[in-house]
Design a protein around this ligand. Structure first.
Ligand code: NAP
Ligand code: 3JN
Length: 339
């Protein structure tokens, strides 16, 4: 019999957790026993996996000795407590929260970009999954960075409400219905009304005037590309789209590179779908429910001799979170880390 991996999904009832369960099944990951974990609010709820109903259990009562793999997406404070416990019990954790991302001894992995750092997980049995906005950007920039060196990135994001979880999705749907029915609008998840709007704030502001989401893009990009000299200047914007983050990425390179050569690099890049000519991807029509990082509108930046611009779109819940985690688990499996 081929080897199976007993797997715990922490935050199984959330937007990311549900996508993890779906993707484990879709990609035929060899899950042995599946444990679905959430808070006491969801205890006893049933979710489908491979045609069977699996009961949701309480995280705070779970014994991690029972699982070899833990896919965590229940928020930073939960990971802070339970990921080290799981790791010590011999369960390898792939953590979707920001809690461990910038820790030196914990690898921050995008399988298409820096799989060579995976082995660094051994000290704590924890691997961090980057922020969704960072993941799609570095997948597209990696081959260019390897070829000619990227010195500076100026990026504006257009982020879907699903990035704020199930609550974000419900808020956009509810506000849209309310406005179309001339009813008052309530904002609980987003800082202001998101329906028919654009909000240049994702997460809290920091002292430097950037938001936490923006600074994640700066710091995580440097760690993943292993280059602390890369300058990153992000503006993160929430827009009324359900699934799929978009990014206008403007970057400058050390050595000049033509649009044709950049296109060739992107056509060969793992995980990337390069759109032809002037065609472009959109979140609803290309990204939602799919796996690739789509790139379009590649062009020379006419304001800078070594500048290029492109439009990068991907499903934030899949490649930005759940899919990336499952790909990390596949890498662990292929490298024999589950014993
Ligand atoms: P969500 O839809 O709000 O789901 C939250 C999940 O966490 C639910 O399953 C919830 O269970 C569980 N949870 C909350 N408090 C808990 C507790 N005390 N004990 C056990 N489980 C608890 O949110 P989401 O979009 O799935 O995101 C969840 C987290 O994943 C985020 O906070 C973030 O850290 C991370 N995330 C990362 C990315 C990325 O860019 N890589 C993207 C999105 C999210 P109940 O149903 O029992 O409440
Ligand atoms: O808003 C988005 O589009 C992505 C949000 C991600 C997120 C939301 C709440 C907490 C994170 C994250 O993954 O960086 C976190 C967090 O873990 O800090």
């Amino acid at each position: 019999m081929s080897k199976t991996v007993d797997t715990a999904v922490v935050g199984a009832t959330g937007a990311v957790g549900e996508a993890m369960i779906e993707i484990l099944e879709e990609r035929n990951f060899p899950v042995g026993k599946l444990y679905l974990l959430a808070s006491e609010r969801s205890e006893g709820k049933r979710l489908q996996f491979r045609g069977q109903h699996v009961k949701v259990e309480r995280l705070d009562q779970f014994d991690f000795n029972k699982a070899k793999l833990g896919l965590f997406s229940a928020g930073g404070p939960i990971s802070e407590i339970y990921a080290p416990k799981a790791g010590k019990a011999g369960c390898i954790v792939v953590d979707n929260t920001s809690h461990f991302r910038m820790e030196k001894e914990i690898p921050l992995i995008v399988p298409e970009v820096n799989p060579h750092r995976l082995g660094d997980f051994r000290k704590h049995n924890i691997i961090a999954n980057p922020n969704c906005s960072t993941i799609q950007m570095v997948v597209a920039l990696k081959p260019i960075h390897d070829a000619v060196g990227i010195t500076r990135i100026n990026v504006a994001t257009y982020q879907a409400v699903s990035g704020a979880g199930g609550g974000g999705v419900r808020e956009l749907a509810g506000q849209t219905t309310a406005i179309l029915n001339t009813k008052p609008v309530e904002s609980k998840v987003m800082p202001v009304q998101i329906a028919f709007n654009a909000i240049p704030q994702i997460a809290d502001f920091l002292d430097n005037g950037y938001t936490k989401e923006e600074m994640k893009m700066v710091l995580e990009t440097r760690k993943i590309l292993e280059d602390d000299d890369i300058q990153v200047n992000p503006t993160c914007v929430r827009i009324p789209v359900f699934f799929g983050h978009s990014e206008a990425v403007h970057f400058e390179t050390k050595k000049p590179i033509s649009v044709a050569d950049t296109r060739q690099l992107l056509e060969k890049a793992p995980g990337v779908v390069m759109m032809e000519g002037n065609s472009y991807p959109t979140p609803a029509l290309n990204a939602a429910g799919t796996d690739p990082v789509f790139v379009g509108r590649l062009r020379k930046d006419l304001s800078h001799p070594n500048g290029l611009s492109m439009w990068v779109v991907s499903d934030n819940v899949r490649k930005g979170a759940a899919l990336n985690s499952v790909q990390v688990a596949e890498l662990l499996l292929s490298e024999g880390h589950f014993g």
